[in-house]
Design a protein around this ligand. Structure first.
Ligand code: NAD
Length: 275
């Protein structure tokens, strides 16, 4: 007797899937039965101080998903480029027939000047362009076929503890992650009549290359006063693992959360509740 997987027959559209949380979300959803549509920039943005992903990373994600026995349509592309996302969504519908789950996860982070007043225009444009406009573009590309099909679905947007609290020295990142909450609240309202749910996840520091890199360690060493931006978890854990976030994504993607929409779900070890 075979046991039906929770996402059997579903298709998940995941941005930023070459590595880190995006890869782990894709793998977790695939293990739960979903086929995967993946996109990642796989290149360096000039104002991002840590090494970003490469085409080899995306190839590795493809191999991992195929290893689960699920299918994957993967492409190099920029979430700031709506046309690229639209072509991918169209191709996904042609190949798989539908999209059921959207994980708008791609994001970037930057650090340098202590005062947010010193963030320059190029850095602002890259962070907000990826983390906020990129999420809007992802919704705008992937949701219309879900509405047209009329079978409902789940949209999961990756925010941050910086989408709940103000974190010093990163007004760009903080504004973008609060902006993601605004997108979630508006689309939860607009898409509910189509039985499409929209929620945000708010991770604390996660052990991925975004924060586990020598550049950020050096920056904290030079600016110890900044460390409490990330070291304020209530529970005794420094960084959580990508899989901890993927478990929440899987819950929000599945029918276990079928009447949950418009919710900001912290996976933050108590960071945002710290007195
Ligand atoms: N790591 C953390 O501590 C942490 C905490 C809270 C929230 N987040 C958020 O989680 C998400 C995933 O980050 P991660 O920790 O896996 O970091 P990561 O750097 O390992 O992964 C991010 C992925 O997004 C891709 N990406 C970046 N810009 C892109 C663009 N313009 N178009 C397409 N792809 C792009 C990158 O190439 C990379 O593969 C991000 O939105 C991030 O802001 C991370």
């Amino acid at each position: 007797m075979s046991i039906e997987l929770p996402l059997e027959g579903k298709v998940a559209f995941v941005t930023g899937a070459a590595r880190g949380q995006g890869r782990q979300h894709a793998l977790t959803l695939a293990r739960a039965g979903a086929d995967i549509v993946a996109i990642d920039l796989c290149a360096q943005l000039p104002t991002v101080p840590y090494a970003m992903s490469t085409p080899d990373d995306l190839d590795e994600t493809v191999g991992l998903i195929e290893g689960t026995g699920r299918k994957i349509l993967a492409r190099v592309g920029d979430v700031r480029d709506f046309a690229a996302l639209k072509v991918l969504a169209d191709d996904a519908v042609e190949q798989f027939g539908h999209i059921d789950i959207v994980c708008a996860n791609a994001g970037v982070y930057s650090f340098g000047p202590i005062s947010s007043l010193d963030i320059d225009a190029e850095r602002w444009a890259e962070i907000v362009g990826t983390n906020l406009t990129g999420v809007f573009n992802t919704i705008k590309a992937a949701v219309p076929p879900m509405i047209e099909r009329g079978a409902g679905g789940s949209v999961i947007l990756t925010s941050s503890t910086a989408g709940i609290k103000g974190l010093r020295s990163m007004a760009d990142y903080t504004a973008s992650k609060h902006g993601v909450v605004g997108l979630m609240k508006t689309f939860a309202n607009e898409l509910a009549p189509h039985n499409i749910r929209v929620n945000t996840v708010h991770p604390t520091g996660v052990r991925t290359d975004m924060v586990d890199n020598p550049q950020l360690s050096d920056w904290y060493a030079a600016n110890p006063d900044m460390a409490n931006n990330v070291s304020g978890n209530l529970l005794p854990v420094d960084l959580v693992e990508a899989q901890d976030i993927s478990e929440a994504v899987l819950f929000l993607a599945s029918d276990s959360s079928r009447y949950i929409t418009g919710v900001q779900l912290p996976i933050d070890a108590g960071f945002t509740e710290k007195a």
